[in-house]
Each structure stands twice: as C-alpha cells, then as structure tokens.
Design a protein around this ligand. Sequence first.
Ligand SMILES: *Cc1c(COP(=O)(O)O)cnc(C)c1O
Length: 392
Amino acid sequence: MIPAIMPTYGRAEMTFEKGEGSWLIDRDGSRYLDFGAGIAVTALGHAHPELVKVVQDQAASLWHTSNLYNIPSQQALAEKLVEETFADTCFFTNSGAEAMECALKTARKYWSAKGQPERVNIITFTGSFHGRTIATISAAASEKLTDGFGPLLPGIINLAAGDHDALRAAMDETVAAVVIEPVQGEGGIIPLPDACLKGLRDLCDETGALMICDEIQCGMGRTGKLFAHEWAGVTPDIMAVAKGIGNGFPLGACLATEDAASGMTAGSHGSTYGGNPLACAVGAAVVDRIAEPAFLDGVNRKAGLMRQKLEGLVAAHPDIFELVRGSGLMIGIKCKVPNIDMVNAGYAEHILTIPGGDNVIRVLPALNISDDEIADGVARLDRAASALEAAL
Ligand SMILES: *Cc1c(COP(=O)(O)O)cnc(C)c1O
C-alpha cells in the first residue's frame, strides 16, 4: 500500500523534534550535531533567537496579503539585496526551483522584448542541479532526474562541464543564456575555477548571451563571500537564490540587472505566495546578518579550521576517504566506500552529513557553528570512519 506521504524519498529512521543552533534533538532527547543544515538551509542554525522573534512578531501582525498590494518587508528585503549585490531588481519565490524558473523566463523574455524572440536556447552543464520542475530537470538534463517525465523543455543545450571547445562552438546567436553553478552542490561539491567563470563571462559579453548563476546552494555566505561568483571578480546578469536566505522559512529570489530584467513588465510573471510578509521578514533579517563583513570573515576563518581538520580526517582513513574539496563551508569528502555507508556510520555517532553526487558526503554546517562544534563533529566522523574500517 502506498504510504500517506508519496514515497519519493528514502528517509533515515530519525525524527527530530527540536533544534538548537547546530544541534537537532530527537524524540528520545538524543542530540545530533548537524553538519548538513537541512541541505545548506539553516545557515544561522536552528531556532535562532533573533529569527524566532522576527517570525513571531510578523505572525502576530500579518501573514499574507498577495502581491496585489505593497509588502513592506518584501520591499526592505529587495532593497538590501540590490544594495549588497550586482542586481537592480528581485522577484521572490517560495523555492529554489521557482527562482530558477524565473531566471529562465527572464532570459527568454529579454530576447523577446529585444525583438529576437527566436533566441531561446539555454546552455547548461552536466552534473548540475537546478530543481525538480519540468523546466529545471530539463536544464540539468540528467537521466536520473528526467526519466519517465515525458517531453522535456525544448531549447536546452546541455554540455559536458569543462569542454571549452564545445562551449565556444555552441555560443551562437540562438543562445539566450548560460546557466552555471559557481560550485556544483548536488553534483558533488565541485567548485568551478575562477578562471572558468571569468572566461564564461567574457564569452557571454562577446555573444550577448546572459549569464545566469544558480547560487541556490553556494550563495548566502556559504563560500565565505555573500555570493560565490564574487570570488572570481565577475557578476552574472541573473541569479537564483534560495536555501540559506530563509534559514528554513521557504523563500527564494531571482535577482537581475535592470537590462536583463527589461522584459519583465507588469503581468509577465507572478506568484501567490512568493515574497509573502512572513518569508520576507525572515529573509531581511537573514541577509542583514550574513552580509555583515565580520560575519563573512568568521565564515572564512571557520572554513579554514574545518578544512584543516577534514584533511587530517582523510589522511587518517585512506581506505575510507579519497579527498576533500569545496569552498568555504561548502565541503565535499569523496569516499572510497559507498557514500551512504559513511553517512549512516555518521548517524551512529550522532553526526549528520548529506550524500551527494560523485560519491561524496557533503559537509554544510550552519555558518555560525562554533570552533568546538567543528572539532566535535570531525571527531565523530573520525569514530564513524574507524567503525567502517573495522568492518571492511
Ligand atoms: C536545492 C537546489 C535547487 C532547487 O531548490 P528547491 O528549493 O529544492 O526547489 C536548485 N539549484 C541548486 C543549485 C540547488 O542546490
């Protein structure tokens, strides 16, 4: 019999009832150290007191009005994002996939408004992940995501990541936009070298194609800059944001320059819930906190500590681990055993990590995790790896 919850997930047998910073507490009161943060979502930790207060205050005054009226917290959040980024304008959504959907629509509409409606093709790369709608699975184009879902979105050109010649050949006057994750997340924490992002920017400038960054996982301070593309010193034309921006309250955003958004006029796009007062109140508080230079300095320092300890972990368990890679507190540990075995061994030591592509386990802790918690978590992974070794 089909379960009441559609069985699209294989779930671990754990039920959490409470969160506190970097800890999750299950029904029996057992504490688990959270190195996954709900897949890079709870960037400021669970039950952050300031954010709890923001939600409570907003919940007591107004939940929802629709976008037919002005929403002050949405306006405040948009102004903060415009101030902190390359963007001139923002559209708010409830999820990452919807933010990507808006990015793709914005790019096609741009060319239509410029009198080139035939310029619709979107270049994407293998190993990427952009969400689970038909458009976004079409963009990522992996069989695992698209199998059985029928005709996909036309106009996607999915190229092998790193094949510069294929990219150059494909960049013709039919290309509306190129979509890139500066650090691939689901694909296995694979950072794009700065030079490649710069090269892509140059190619877009030469051909007119818009550059769309999917920073849904790697953005919002995760790599130690507010957005990962900043490391390369270039800016996209359009960017999708979600995950960390709501700290667990569903919120996403599509950011764009004035020029890139020039087709998005009244009536062209919409969302009932997107940008609702509750979500935007939280988002504004999250962006305030994460955009602080001192906060980002802290992320970079903690990332150095985490990286050093994880390098030690990998060196200590050469039969279990192959290497560490990533950027900031977005880290992948490539395993020699099946990654899920390592994730499960971690559960036994009460440490939560997340499996990813290319047989990695992902380490995506809260960005305000303490030094002691970093040391504690790596010690737990060390014990978990020893247990796996004993069973080899
Ligand atoms: C999670 C993710 C998405 C999809 O976000 P949802 O909120 O699950 O729709 C898209 N792109 C990237 C890079 C992601 O990590």
